[in-house]
Design a binder for this molecule. Structure first.
Ligand code: F6R
Length: 364
């Protein structure tokens, strides 16, 4: 059932191009976003003056990317909350708030409680979930399915990248209904999204290089991830993936925060994984890379193709094909998933079933 792969996790990593194609299919037409496919009440898409995204773990990280893309494309303020926090903090939401819950399984107890809390305050809830007929799918006011297929490995991979595709779809739907972007721009981003599955294949082709890097980091107790803007959200996900399956302590920092404490931890050869895909903050990220390099860090960079500068400061550069700035996370996370996987394999960890973790967290 692993289809020739050693573990479900690597099988699922390689299934991402198909999962993404299936999730994007039918959701765009000649007008831009095919709103009938999305199922969200059009009036709410037009009137929503605030979006609140609630989820746990990896799905929360998809929500963080959602904040960047919705705020940037639709110009609506977005809050992202961890479900176990949201449910107990008496959140400020009302019937003009679009609440989005993100859950692969559709059964996570805290996320379900957050959905109920939002509805009790009069908000409409859109669920982004991978499991048809799950409790969250049944109770939500509308559902945008990710079509990743069953995800067996505890560490989420293809569910995450399809959640990112769903976030872009919602962002474009809001932008379209609120006239925040010209139609031509919405269509151009939709076209870029359609090219993403093929571009993920290009990234997957760097597996040998990632394997080589995992040999370098497998002996370390600590690994740092840095990034700015949307790359910070990707850094958080890369760090979670590495720690949960390889048991290496990993932490992600907004690169600009280094000076505010973390730099004290950067010493001889410690691996720093630097995400540098965002053109508008590239200079700033490069200077942060130089800062850690000056403290003898072992830098592994993830950058867009054609970036000549980054190679001067990094031991290794993993490249992603060029795309729209809002879409880079779908590509940039793939080498980080592979890095976590190969490092965990090299450390002889139980990759598909990490200790103490369950695939579906149905208790608080
Ligand atoms: C990490 C991981 C978890 C889940 C989290 C939420 O790789 O898989 O962090 O993302 O438990 O689960 P769902 O999405 O099913 O609500």
């Amino acid at each position: 059932e692993k289809g020739g792969y050693d573990h479900f996790m690597i099988k699922e990593i390689y299934e991402q191009p198909k999962a993404l194609r299936d999730t994007i299919k039918g959701r765009f037409n000649e007008d831009g976003v095919n709103l009938d496919e999305i199922g969200i009440d059009k009036e709410l898409l037009t009137k929503a003056n605030k979006v609140v995204i609630v989820a746990c773990g990896t799905a929360y990280h998809a929500g963080l990317v959602g904040k960047y893309v919705i705020e940037n494309l639709a110009r609506i303020p977005v809050e992202v909350d961890i479900a176990s926090e949201f449910r107990y903090r008496n959140p400020l939401i009302n019937k003009k708030t679009l609440v989005i819950v993100v859950s692969q399984s559709g059964e996570t107890a805290d996320t379900l409680a957050a959905l109920r809390e939002a509805q009790s305050k009069g908000a409409k809830v859109l669920a982004v979930t991978n499991v048809v007929g799950s409790t969250i799918a049944r109770e939500a006011d509308s559902v945008l399915y990710t079509w990743a297929g069953p995800e067996i490995a505890v560490a989420s991979t293809k569910a995450y990248t399809t959640q990112l595709a769903a976030m872009i779809t919602v962002a474009l739907a809001l932008a379209q209904c609120q006239c925040a972007l010209p139609c031509s721009e919405i269509k151009a981003i939709a076209e870029s999204l359609k090219a993403i599955p093929g571009q993920v294949e290009t990234v997957l082709a760097q597996a040998d290089k990632v394997k080589e890097i995992s040999e370098q980091i497998k002996g370390w107790d600590d690994v740092f991830f840095i990034g700015r803007s949307i790359d910070y959200a990707v850094a958080l996900e890369g760090s979670l993936k590495l720690k949960e399956i390889s048991y290496i302590h990993a932490e992600a920092y907004a690169a600009g925060e280094l000076k505010h404490g973390t730099l004290a931890l950067i010493t001889d050869n410690i691996p720093v994984i630097a995400l540098a895909t965002q053109e508008q903050v590239l200079d700033k990220t490069v200077s942060n890379i130089q800062e850690v390099k000056a403290r003898d860090a072992y830098v592994i960079a993830v950058a867009q193709e054609g970036n000549k500068e980054i190679g001067k400061f990094a031991e290794h550069v993993l490249t992603i094909p060029r795309t729209h700035a809002a879409l880079t996370p779908i590509l940039a996370v793939v080498p980080l998933q592979m890095l976590a996987y190969y490092t965990a394999v090299a450390r002889e960890c139980d990759v598909d079933k990490p200790r103490n973790l369950a695939k579906s967290v149905t208790v608080e």
